[in-house]
Design a binder for this molecule. Sequence first.
Ligand code: SAM
Length: 304
Amino acid sequence: MTLASQNDQAQDLIRRFLQQTRGFDISGYSPSFVSRSIRKRTGRTGCSSPLQYVALLRRDDDEVNELISALSINVTDFFRDDDAFRALSTLVLRPLVSQKVEQGWSALRVWSAGCATGQETYTVAMCVAEELRRLRTDSALVVRIVGTDLSSKALAYAQRGTYTPEQVKGVPRRLLAEYFTRTESGYEILPSIRRDVKFSEGNLLNRPDRKFFDLVVCRNVVIYFSRPMHDRVITNFHAALKAGGYLMLGRTETLLGRPRQMFDLVDHENRIFRKLAAGAAEEAVQTPPSAIRGVSDRADLRFS
Ligand SMILES: C[S@@+](CC[C@H](N)C(=O)[O-])C[C@H]1O[C@@H](n2cnc3c(N)ncnc32)[C@H](O)[C@@H]1O
């Protein structure tokens, strides 16, 4: 077999393996990017051929995590599209936070889905902290923000909460002074923000076991998904949200077809939507897990 055909065969086997075992779909990714990533991992692991690397993947779960990290497009930033976070603060967090504080409700719960190395999750946490500051309240509102991702490596980075000067360039200067401390090599998020944030591994295709979120932020993730995966993930978000809860997608993403009927539009430019009551649309759009190979219907996302 020529090296080129070995590469093609390995790529195909790996695509199916990742979908079946982790529900991670790379079929929409550029073949040259996938092939480069596989070649890199083949070399790093000392395998002599791509097919030998496939065999390694079948017995080594850690290597599967490494490959997923290499293939996950983990690009992210603090305040990515800063206008979008301004809109999120004004249109969503401000009313939510004041309503909860006024009514003495116990908790504000946010899910940052596909959070990569945590910048988005901490951005939301800083926006919430700013809204609480604006209210000048000593309310004991409990804030719980969970960041989830498929990539355990990205999550380990997020968990550390330390970033280089280059990585914090997007943070407005005042917020940098307010919510970070300077370390020898960069900046560390303050414990007052970290206290509100947790990270947890999870596949967005799996049914979430919590249905109490006020807001789901999922930016620059569903753009990589096929249509059945898009529909399933949006249906999961709908299920995870409380009645009237909000969903924010990335600027280039949108709700398509039936999932669109499950949400009201709040802000088109910044892709902010609001949950409509569950109904026939939700039932109709629910893609059975068996339709996506390798995806179980077990509950995911453990967060209290
Ligand atoms: C481009 S990053 C987006 C990061 C962040 N949301 C932002 O907009 O800056 C996409 C992230 O989605 C994660 N991801 C892709 N498919 C996923 C899935 N099925 N379940 C959970 N996370 C997934 C990837 O690992 C990656 O970290």
